[in-house]
Design a protein around this ligand. Structure first.
Ligand code: SF4
Length: 78
């Protein structure tokens, strides 16, 4: 799956998510939305998480700011 961004395919998994903090090789990802460790065997899969958030490096957002933006985006679609 993934999405194309500027000619590059971005996988929508926890390792690529702005709400996830990779914990190092073989250790998975800490998810700031769900407050839990996503083990490496799950973190690399694209399983359609509604909270997947693309990084916007030029904005310099914190994880909390990304989370608030995503919560607002989802709430505005209801
Ligand atoms: S918000 Fe979803 S995609 Fe992002 S790190 Fe958490 S579980 Fe993974």
């Amino acid at each position: 799956m993934g999405v194309e961004l500027k000619g590059v395919i971005i996988l929508q998994n926890c390792f690529q998510c702005a709400l996830g903090k990779p914990l190092g090789e073989g250790k998975g990802v800490y998810c700031h939305k769900f407050g839990r460790l996503i083990p490496p065997e799950d973190a690399g899969k694209e399983w359609g998480c509604n909270y997947f958030t693309e990084h916007i490096p030029e904005e310099g957002f914190t994880s909390l700011q990304y989370l608030l933006l995503k919560e607002n985006e989802i709430a505005s679609k209801k």
